[in-house]
Design a protein around this ligand. Sequence first.
Ligand SMILES: [Zn+2]
Ligand SMILES: [Zn+2]
Length: 367
Amino acid sequence: MAPSGSRSIKKGCQRVLYWIPVVFIVLIVAWSYYAYVLQLCIESIENTGEKVVYLLVYHVIFIMFVWAYWQTIFTKPMNPLKEFHLSYSDKELLEREDRGESQQEILRRIAKDLPIYTRTNSGAIRFCDRCQLLKPDRCHHCSVCDKCILKMDHHCPWVNNCVGFSNYKFFMLFLAYSLLYCLFITATDLQYFIKFWTNGLPDTQAKFHILFLFFSASMFSVSLASLFIYHCWLVCKNRSTLEAVRSPVFRHGTDKNGFSLGFSKNFRQVFGDEVKYWPIPVFSSLGDGCSFPTCLVNLDPEQPSSPTGSNPANKGAAEGRQFPSKPLRESQSRLLTSTPSWTESDSATEKEKKGASNPGMTIENEA
Ligand SMILES: [Zn+2]
Ligand SMILES: [Zn+2]
């Protein structure tokens, strides 16, 4: 009893500690609100027009920033669907086998009916021992959350949450609005910051808030800009942070552009089809997080006749019984083609023709 009791106390303490970075950010933001709105705009700016414009623009950015931050923190990461979990009988079967090869045989049989195209480095089916499930493509086990997270990007201490399929758009908007927030404060505070050094400000406590506001906003701008630019690049390339570190492995081998469909489609996979939803933190990403259209760069050595551009549907057909060809889910079809008509009856040549005429399936030639 004692060990499990102390373990739960330890876990509880850990859970509290994980909130410290979030509390730190909230305190800084609360102070920046006080310093900007009260000390700078209300106390120090004399021109009413300037005051009103600054306060209006500031509050719009502030609301969007807090909204995106809230959504990133409190959107639960999505876990693999039930169909990826091992059934009770499969679990028993797996436990009985002690040879790795026989276990792989069982996993391969289960994976046959699932839209799984990535493998481990050694070419084995990706299996999570802790969650007892076959990992969907782009899914990874997070050691902090102790769960498998769909399209896991990274575990972010600043939001005390896993950034993945369910909240990646929110995370991107959080970076964008926090950068905008810092840049706006830096730009509007600049002239008063200069006045501080030229003794143009009245001798009140407001001048110190103006000074520190400029330092902290410009410092955060630099670090946020680099992080934001990096994630914009990842969105353009359709890679997660984890995939940028270690490229996904497909049956034909490692392929860092395996999920890339071209800039426009990569962007829409995260932000959705409707432009009006792009800037607001409501969920609009395409897909279900368990399966992703792929765009294979290298030819599959096991299928010499495979088309240059490929996707899960024709890949499944080419691999024969390994992965039965299935109609694509609606969002995937929208990403891949304007005429979603992949069916099992389509012949390979028909698919090749469609693949060749589909701009989303062109090869990404990249070093
Ligand atoms: Zn797991
Ligand atoms: Zn996590």
